[in-house]
Ligand binder design. Structure first.
Ligand code: NA7
Length: 534
């Protein structure tokens, strides 16, 4: 009798990453009987799994962390402007203990199915270990980049060496010392790990498909004085994250770069390039994101900086993107990345010129030859946004599967509900995410808690949306991306990296202020698009 040991409770959160932890807190604050299921053997989500050397924030540490607790802000000192993974994992563990959440988090419980039971108005959630939970409300906080993707290249089972994916990095680490190493992929993860591998490895071969527009992270230590100053200004910093489209403290400049004379424009690009973090991406001239000519000026400047850092012009050419402009895809931040390719023991292979044919016992065979390696690092990204939903058998009314419902692309009400799946909420899911994820998910987690509170106070037990409401949101989401420069790039934001996936925009380009405003307006308008019933 599989359900004999079922745990009946008010709410269940799937995922103990930065978003799920806060959702658990917010629902517990309502006085609900709530627990969390987490696949990992520790908390942290992507900051637990991505424990590869070099993994760090691209957002300022104190703008990515939590803002809901003054005490936490007072107690936690960030050591670097852009903290590294071990510090982030420590921070999230600290928060879990600080707010007494650990006893509610069930680790090593990977959810295999979630089935809506209309007769009881509850979800039946089963984990791979066979345990069953029966919550009234189910909240998924699965992360947008949490289902690792691998190249469709055969033969990995034949490879006798060691291999690891950056998004599933082994707890014991990987020793590169004296080894021949291959890194596949040059997105944010590849760009972070490559300089570290290059330091230790005997030789390194980097397999690059499409290069990215990487800019320097220009990271620095946070002194005690700076930390005090950050605390003094924390309300101001929070306000800046709320005004910015990306939930970061940076907003595009209102000036037009095309109005400036070339010398002045160049000076300004120089200043942006030498600024820390994502300033060049998020605080650039507004027209760089909107106007092809403005974007071309910007990429010409970055290309010039890349050429100045790479000795061999042919290698520099290979590292400079030609398929997309700056900001059309998320630009990785780097620390000494380009200089790595000046080292004699490092080789750059373009898989566009020389495709990977198969993994062999001793390495990687390409259309042009064979590379002997001891270690393969997959920095090949994720089945973004919907991938982690597809791994769970989620069934709503009349057995409808979420996978089927989303066959042609995700369908949601503000990214938080989907028709036919009552009492299922998603935070940090499709069609709502943008920029600094916690700045969107803390708003969503608060919204979920307030909707559940409203239902409770009004004697309702079911919250659902409709296909008409989904259509309205999809029109708005697509209306904001069609015709933009972003739409012209192949990226995970459209599922382009997953062979066979129908092209659909998975994120939200309208910016956080607009998102919050629209959710609030619908909520104030009697939860327009939702139905409450008992
Ligand atoms: P990304 O950004 O999706 O990068 C994955 C990289 O792997 C990217 O360079 C891909 O090239 C490359 N890739 C994927 N498949 C292949 C194959 N088959 N052959 C060669 N290269 C391949 O993931 P990351 O983990 O780096 O970063 C994820 C997020 O973390 C990032 O957006 C930030 O938010 C932080 P492609 O560009 O598809 O040609």
């Amino acid at each position: 009798e599989p359900q004999s040991g079922a745990t009946t409770l008010d709410a269940l959160v799937i995922g103990a990453g930065i978003s799920g932890i806060y959702q658990l807190y917010a629902l517990r604050e309502l006085g609900l009987d709530v627990q969390t299921l987490e696949a990992g053997s520790g908390v942290g989500g992507v900051w637990y799994w991505n424990r590869y050397p070099g993994a760090r924030f691209d957002a300022e540490s104190y703008t990515y962390g939590y803002f809901f607790s003054k005490e936490l802000i007072d107690e936690w000192d960030w050591s670097e402007e852009y903290a590294a993974q071990p510090e982030i994992e420590r921070y999230l563990n600290y928060a879990v203990d600080r707010f007494g959440l650990r006893e509610r988090i069930n680790l090593e419980q990977r959810v295999s199915s979630a089935v809506w039971d209309a007769s009881s108005g509850r979800w039946t959630v089963t984990t791979e270990s066979g345990r069953v939970w029966r919550p009234r409300y189910l909240v998924t906080a699965l992360g947008i980049l949490s289902a690792p993707a691998f190249p469709k290249v055969p033969g990995l089972e034949d490879f006798r060496g060691e291999w690891a994916h950056t998004g599933l990095w082994p707890a014991d680490g990987v020793d590169f010392t004296g080894k021949k190493v291959a890194v596949i992929g040059t997105g944010s993860s590849g760009v972070q790990i490559i300089p570290i591998v290059a330091k230790d490895a005997d030789s390194l071969v980097v397999f690059q498909r499409r290069p990215n527009w990487c800019t320097p992270i220009n990271n620095f230590d946070i002194t005690p004085e700076r930390m005090d100053d950050i605390r003094d200004r924390i309300d101001e910093i929070f306000e800046a994250t709320q005004l910015s489209p990306s939930g970061s403290p940076h907003s595009p400049m209102t000036e037009s770069s095309l109005d400036l004379d070339p010398e002045e424009r160049r000076r300004r690009f120089e200043k942006l390039y030498d600024s820390p973090g994502l300033v060049m991406a998020l605080g650039n001239f507004r027209d760089v994101a909107l106007d092809k000519r403005a974007n071309d000026n910007c990429t010409a400047y970055i290309a010039e900086r890349i050429r100045a850092r790479v000795d061999d012009p042919a290698v520099a050419d290979r590292l400079i993107p030609t398929d997309h402009g700056f900001g059309q895809k998320r630009p990785p931040l780097e620390n000494g990345y380009y200089e790595v390719f000046n080292e004699p023991h490092v080789t750059l292979v373009s898989t566009l010129e020389e495709s990977m044919v198969r993994f062999t016992e001793t390495g990687i065979e390409t259309s042009a030859g064979h590379y002997d390696v001891d270690v393969i690092v997959f920095a090949t990204g994720f089945d973004a946004v919907v991938g982690s939903y597809n791994k769970i058998d989620i069934r709503g009314e009349n057995g409808l599967s979420l996978k089927e419902h989303w066959e042609a692309g995700p369908r949601t009400w503000f990214g938080m509900q989907t028709a036919g799946f009552p009492n299922l909420f998603m935070i940090g899911g499709a069609q709502s995410v943008t920029g600094t994820i916690p700045r969107i998910t803390d708003f969503q987690a608060d919204w979920v808690a307030s909707a559940v509170e409203y239902a409770r106070d009004h004697g309702h037990t079911t919250i659902a949306t409709t296909e008409a409401a989904e259509d309205e949101w999809i029109d708005h989401v697509n209306g904001g991306i069609v015709g933009t420069l972003q739409e012209k790039a192949e990226s995970w934001a459209f599922g382009s990296n997953v062979p066979g996936r129908k092209r659909a925009y998975l994120l939200y380009a309208g910016g956080l202020p607009q998102y919050r405003e629209r959710v609030r307006a619908a909520t104030d308008d009697d939860f327009r698009g939702l139905t409450f019933s008992s």
